[in-house]
Every structure is written in C-alpha cells, then in structure tokens.
Design a binder for this molecule. Structure first.
Ligand SMILES: [Zn+2]
Length: 441
C-alpha cells in the first residue's frame, strides 16, 4: 500500500492516560495517522516502508509547551551587559535583541532550532514570538520554517506596550490575523494562540482590547506569568492585585490559555489557575539560568493544576529539560518529592495541552497522529509501564534519537536528516544575518 510505514520489533511505549509497554507488536502508519497497533503476526500486507526498530524504543514525539524561536541569534553574542536580576536580563539582552529582528532573521532563528528539534525528537512546539520592529508577517515567516521541517507548531506574537502604541497595535493585529489564517487553513500542523508578553508590560487598555479580540476569535492566550517576583511587585504597585488575579479580571485565563512559569504565585492564585483550567508551563532550566526561583510544581500539581513542560528557548531537548526539572524539585523540596510531576508534565500533560489546539498528539494509539520517535535503548533492568519514567529520566535521556516521524513522514532516519534543507547553507545564511544583527545591537 502506498504511503504506509510499518514499524516492527520496537519496545513500544504508548504513553497516554494509561501507559502501556508492548513487546512483539508492530505499528502501522497510513495517511499521517497510526492505523493499527497489533501483534506482529497480524501484519502480512505489503507496505511502502518497513522500519526494523530492534534495539529501540518507539514512543510519541516530544512536545515543547513554551519556546521562543527568536532567541537563536543571541548565541555567542557576548555584547550584553552582565545582569543582576531578571528585569536587567530583559533590558540588557532580550529587549535589545528582539528590536533588531527582521522577518528574515525570524525565519532563520526558527529554522535552526526546528532542525535541531527533529534531531532531539521534539515534534510539536508551542512558540511565543517577539520582533517589535518587524511585527507584521513575522508569524508567517516562522510558519514557513515550520512547514519546511514538517514539524507542528502553535504560534503567537508577544504583544506588549513596551514599545509604544503603534507597535502594540501591530501586535494585536498580528495575533488576530494569524489566528484567523490558521483557523481557515485548519490543518493539524500550524495552530495559533493570542500572545501577550506579561502583566507588567501590558496596560489595562491593551489587555482589554486583546481579551476582546482573542475571545471573539475563540483563541487561548499565552502569557508569561509571575516569572519573577518583579511581575508581582509591579502588579501590586500599579493595580493593587496579584498577577493571576489581574489576568482573571481581564478574562485572559481559561482552558485554552497558557500561563508560562508561575514561579511566584500564591495559594489563591494557584486556585484561580485550577478553577479556570489554565495550563501552567514550567521552564526549570530558564528559571535557574535567570535566577528567578523554582516553581512549586509539586504543589501546583497536587492542587490539580495542569502543569506542562517547556524549554523557554534554552534548548529544544525535552529530555535535558525534564532531568533539570526533577533535580530542581528535589532541591526545592527533598529527594522523595518532585520526580513524577516533571516527568508527567512532559509525558502526559504536554499532550493534554497540545491537544487543546491540535488533535491526536502524544499517544501511540490507533487513530492518533503518526508522530513517532525511535530511540536507541537496550534496557539494563526490567522495563514496564510502571517504571518507564525512571528509564526515561535516568537512561533513555542519554540515548540518541535515531528516527523522527511526524504525520507518517520520516524526517530523520538512522540519525540522518531526511529534510530538503541544506544545513550548511542555512548556517552560512544565519551567520551572515546574525553578524549583521549583532552590528546593530
Ligand atoms: Zn518565555
């Protein structure tokens, strides 16, 4: 049958609400979806492609629930002044860099981590973009890069008032325009949210307008929330309330919205996040790097908040992120706590978050998307559905991703990219553009 892929001989880890570990089973993919998972002897047809995955674990591709492609050109920049706190990090680095981005820069800034994501088995990314002096068309520039790699992404523009009224207006329009465009396209590769920078860079008037536009379009909001204590101080000083309370007041929260970070939220705010069904996305490496603190993922999870995992542009490697998530929860609490929460955030909750926009991600199941990765792994100890998280964090995380498949399309096989992209040429062009950007920095 044309366009069919049969994956055989893998140890299959299905994930999903009820994780299963299957041996002696095969997976059939057809038309971008998984059409059959059954005992190997049940597959006697002719298939366009057969992948022998002996010595490998087959599992759903990873999902990154909070990312900033635009940060790529900061790598090696070295011109930013040393920063003593989070607001200085923004002022000295990110808000100087993003102001210089053109749409061509945004395209290459996305393409490079996207290619890396194929290598790391990260198949879906929820991004948050800023380029205040090149707002219009920036999301389509990123979309082009996403489509060239064959991955899935949910995009938004980081609206804020920090660069004045005109740029805020452009941010509102870029979000609304792209949400309409993605809805019209209605494919399972590109989705859109309404992006907001953070409470402390948004006036009441802009928040109100964003809420009205976003809600009318049926979109969720994606906003940095209490990432640093300074966000709370600003909110309490100017608005006499806490950040999460303010977002609730403007109807920014809800089951399609993402509150990234939530490092500094109190119990009342955690209750609001739970009641509104808002997803929180934890970014442990970024929080450590910016020295803003360690979000209490144990407490938020125990209180029923849906907590996912993102990289906040530190990498696109979800296995590195989950390990850091575990270490930091241990450091915050004690070694008996904080293992299941980061692991569950990556392996279960990220799929729940992504499936608020996409359909059928994060589980190997008939009818679900054929987003499958194969990782080299001969387990040294028994591996089953009950101890898979332990194998993932302490073993598989150190293994290589061998094969990445999205919607039944092989993007990498035998650790070799199968993309129609010349990486050397992309690097050459990206270096040329970033050098120019650095000269403007
Ligand atoms: Zn972020």
């Amino acid at each position: 049958m044309p366009n069919t892929i049969l994956i055989k001989n893998a140890i299959i880890v299905t994930l999903g609400e009820k994780n299963r570990v299957l041996r002696g089973y095969s997976i059939l993919c057809e038309g971008g979806k998984i059409t059959k998972i059954a005992k190997a002897q049940n597959f006697k047809g002719r298939y366009a492609k057969i992948v022998d995955a002996r010595g490998k674990v087959a599992m759903p591709g990873f999902i990154n629930s909070h990312m900033h492609f635009y940060s790529t050109f900061a790598r090696g920049l070295g011109k930013a002044k040393p920063s003593k706190n989070f607001v200085e990090v923004l002022n000295n680095l990110w808000w100087r860099l993003d102001k210089k981005l053109t749409n061509a820069d945004s395209y290459y800034s996305a393409l490079i981590p996207l290619v890396d994501a194929v290598r790391k088995g990260t198949t879906t990314i929820i991004d948050h973009h800023a380029s205040p002096f090149a707002v219009k068309g920036s999301l389509k520039a990123i979309e082009t890069a996403v489509r060239e790699t064959g991955l899935r992404a949910c995009l938004c523009y980081e609206l804020s008032d920090r660069d004045g009224k005109e740029i805020a207006r452009a941010g509102l329009e870029e979000n609304a325009g792209f949400i309409r465009y993605a809805a019209k396209k209605n494919d399972n590769f590109i989705k859109a949210m309404f992006g907001l920078h953070a409470s402390f860079t948004l006036t009441n008037a802009t928040l109100e307008e964003a809420a009205e536009m976003g809600l009318k379009l049926g979109a969720g909001f994606h906003i940095h929330t209490a990432e640093s204590q300074s966000d709370q101080i600003s909110c309490e000083t100017h608005h006499k309330m806490r950040v999460v309370e303010r977002l609730k007041e403007f109807s920014i929260l809800g089951p399609k919205s993402i509150a990234a970070h939530c490092v500094h939220v109190n119990d009342a705010e955690i209750d609001i996040l739970k009641e509104t069904g808002t997803a929180v996305v934890h970014n442990p490496q970024s929080n450590a790097n910016n020295s803003v603190g360690i979000a209490d993922v144990v407490k938020m999870s125990a209180r029923g908040v849906l907590v996912g995992l993102g990289t906040d542009a530190m990498t696109v490697n979800m296995l590195e992120e989950v390990r850091n998530g575990v270490w930091l929860q241990h450091l915050k609490h004690d070694p008996s706590q904080g293992f299941m929460e980061p692991a569950g955030a990556l392996l279960v909750n990220n799929a729940k978050i992504a499936n608020r926009y996409f359909t059928g991600l994060g589980e190997l199941k008939e009818g679900f998307a054929a987003d499958i990765i194969l990782m080299d792994y001969f387990p040294p100890t028994p591996l089953d559905e009950n101890n898979f998280y332990g194998h993932l964090v302490f073993g598989l995380s150190q293994s290589a991703v061998d094969t990445t498949i999205v919607a039944g399309r092989v993007l990498m096989e035998g650790k070799k990219l199968k993309l129609d992209i010349d990486e050397e040429e992309v690097s050459r062009k990206s270096c040329e553009l970033s050098k120019k950007l650095w000269s403007r920095f």
